[in-house]
Design a protein around this ligand. Structure first.
Ligand code: UGC
Ligand code: NI
Length: 163
């Protein structure tokens, strides 16, 4: 088993895999509603229209994982992006990987700070939701519609996140 170290989530480090959803990452900041609201505009695209798909808003309630956490498989969504915005002010883990000839390469693990969301680009290998500490709710924006939008693959070796 190989140890997988985590690094703090940042927009730059995560860019090859998707976007970090946080106010600092807005493409534009607009004062709206007669100045009573600030719009942090266009933080991440929603890419769900492939093969006639449509956007879904769901809530995922994740049970917390206890360390050490084994990373044995990854998944990806060939037809759409998938965004997670935590509704609880708790950290959580994100594990992603580049594609290597149709299978996930060496995983990269990020620790999200409370309040940081993420959006995986379409077809990016990632581990299913990894909540920490307590049961945690996430607002999820992803694709609904026909077609197989879930591909799973075992990791070439088993990784362990120790803390
Ligand atoms: N399967 C499902 O809806 N969840 C996963 O895609 C995930 O990334 O958690
Ligand atoms: Ni997913």
């Amino acid at each position: 088993m190989w140890e997988l170290k985590t690094t703090p989530l940042s927009a730059d480090a995560f860019r090859p895999f998707g976007e970090v959803i946080e106010t600092d990452n807005a493409s534009e900041i607009r004062l709206i509603n007669k100045g009573t609201t600030t719009r942090f505009h266009d933080i991440a695209p929603v890419d769900v229209s492939a093969e006639g798909g449509h956007p879904l808003i769901s809530i995922f309630r994740g049970k917390p994982f206890d360390f050490p956490i084994r990373i044995e498989m990854m998944e990806r969504h060939p037809l759409g992006s998938q965004a997670f915005m935590p509704l609880s002010a708790r950290p959580y883990l994100i594990v992603v990987a580049h594609d290597e000839s149709g299978a996930p390469g060496e995983p990269v693990a990020f620790l999200a700070a409370p309040g940081q969301g993420i959006s995986y680009h379409r077809n990016v290998w990632h581990h299913p939701l990894l909540a920490l500490e307590e049961v945690s709710d996430f607002l999820v924006v992803d694709r609904g519609g026909k077609g197989d939008n879930l591909e799973e693959s075992d990791c070439a070796v088993i990784y362990e996140i120790v803390a």
